[in-house]
Design a protein around this ligand. Structure first.
Ligand SMILES: *Cc1c(COP(=O)(O)O)cnc(C)c1O
Length: 428
């Protein structure tokens, strides 16, 4: 038998921390990570044979549910034709065309293999296009693990950032300015002092990496104005929100047109696909058309692209996002009602197929506010739900995801189990 515990013990001997991406290790919530054996629709089965209703969805990609027959069929057909050629294929042209048709801000797009590659390449392109070095990002937004994006705020307002990871040279971090999300004053000050150095501002237009945080309409409007006025590129990192919060991502929700957009997660449908794209005049600076180098042996991989195409075809069907949004809304309404009954300070909200849950009184608008939630209470809730067969993100600071495969009955069951879990943590 290889159960969760045995697998985790074994994994830790050869894989640092036993995992290939840190949040999977359950360090934040404690306990043994679940090793999954299979998934179908809204359900996952772990190595102990236990079934869960899944609200992580591989951190977003599983938007049509796990092992959707149309996606599996597309992958199997593509695989039978050969796994990789390192040369162009028709399917990748089809995916590029589909992405440009679905997102009006994309005039050209390049496919890569992860969200990290997409943001890293978009940053290099912005620097190459503008001839400037500085990047502005916001505290709590995650853009993958490239050096210039693993940076946290410096000691004072308008000082350049400090590395948030070992191994990132100060010399790189000093080109990244880190501001507070939703703070218009700081943004204006920054542009007033440093506009001629700012190549790009990158943000999650709905944040999903410090739990879920929404931008104020005035904040993103001002951001767009300042970037246009000063010739800095506005990069929407829609790796998480792309085709997740609405048919045109967050840019469609808010009616803002970014200069560049980065994509990942949903567009690979569970296979490794990322993309960056946007204005034609900017994208023409990428090799082989222009001087900004970017490449990838497995970029546009035919099997991965097949999964992405099959997924996006389902996601593009009329009414898809309405139904997905209703599912998420029903979940957060049910969770809030259950918490109220138990008299627990708790809020929840959803945007399209993404949701946030917070053990605090109001909805947070910044990193500082989200950090005020009761993390210990979240951890007990997480384990109470896990015991009852509901798999939530194993951290108080991650968003949750629903899929088209989550039925009204799945949501009802989850809310009923949450009622038990809230009662249990209240006593504990
Ligand atoms: C997940 C994520 C990334 C990184 O994508 P990977 O595929 O994990 O490299 C970048 N930006 C955002 C907003 C993300 O959510």
């Amino acid at each position: 038998m290889n159960n969760n515990e045995q697998l985790f013990a074994r994994a830790q001997k050869t894989i640092p921390g036993g995992v290939n991406s840190p949040v999977r290790a359950f360090r934040s919530v404690g306990g043994t990570p679940r090793f999954f054996v299979s998934g179908a629709g809204s359900r996952l089965v772990d190595a102990d044979g236990k079934e869960y209703i899944d609200f992580v969805g591989s951190w977003g990609p599983a938007i049509v549910g796990h092992a959707h027959p149309a996606v599996i069929d597309a992958v199997q057909r593509a695989a039978a034709q050969g796994l990789s050629f390192g040369a162009p294929t028709e399917a990748e042209v089809e995916l590029a065309e589909l992405l440009c048709a679905m997102l009006p801000s994309l005039e050209m797009v390049r496919l890569v293999s992860s969200g990290t590659e997409a943001t890293m390449s978009a940053i290099r392109l912005a620097r190459g296009f503008t001839g400037r070095d500085a990047i502005v990002k916001f505290e709590g937004c995650y853009h993958g693990h490239a050096d210039s994006l693993l940076v946290k705020a410096g000691s004072g307002l308008l000082t350049f950032g400090n590395p948030s990871s070992g191994g990132v040279p100060e010399d790189f971090a000093k080109h990244t300015l880190v501001l507070d999300y939703n703070d218009i004053g700081q943004l204006e000050d920054t542009f007033a002092r440093a506009a001629d150095r700012i190549a790009a501002v990158i943000l999650e237009p709905v944040v999903g990496n410090m739990n879920l945080i929404q931008p104020s309409p005035a904040f993103i409007r001002r951001l767009r104005e300042l970037c246009s006025q000063h010739g800095s590129l506005l990069i929407y990192d829609e790796v998480m929100t792309g085709f997740r919060v609405g048919p045109q991502g967050a840019q469609g929700l808010h009616g803002i047109t970014p200069d560049l957009t980065t994509l990942g997660k949903v567009i690979g449908g569970g296979m490794p696909v990322g993309a960056f794209g946007g204005r034609r005049d900017v994208m023409q600076h990428i090799a082989p058309l222009g001087p900004v180098y970017q490449a990838g042996t497995l970029s546009g991989n035919p099997v991965a692209v097949a999964a992405g195409l099959a997924t996006l075809k389902i996601v593009g069907e009329p009414g898809f996002h309405d139904r997905l949004g209703q599912t998420a809304a029903r979940l957060v309404d049910g969770l809030e009602a259950a918490a109220r009954e138990a008299e627990i300070a708790f809020r929840a909200q959803s945007v399209g197929g993404m949701f946030g849950i917070y053990f605090r009184d109001g909805l947070p608008a910044s990193y500082a506010e989200v950090m005020q939630s009761d993390r210990e209470r979240f951890n007990r809730f997480f384990h109470a739900m896990l015991d009852r067969g509901v798999y939530l993100a194993p951290s108080a600071f991650e968003a949750g995801f629903v899929s088209a495969a989550h039925s009204p009955a799945d949501i009802e069951t989850t809310v009923a189990l949450a009622r038990e879990a809230f009662a249990a943590i209240r006593q504990g």
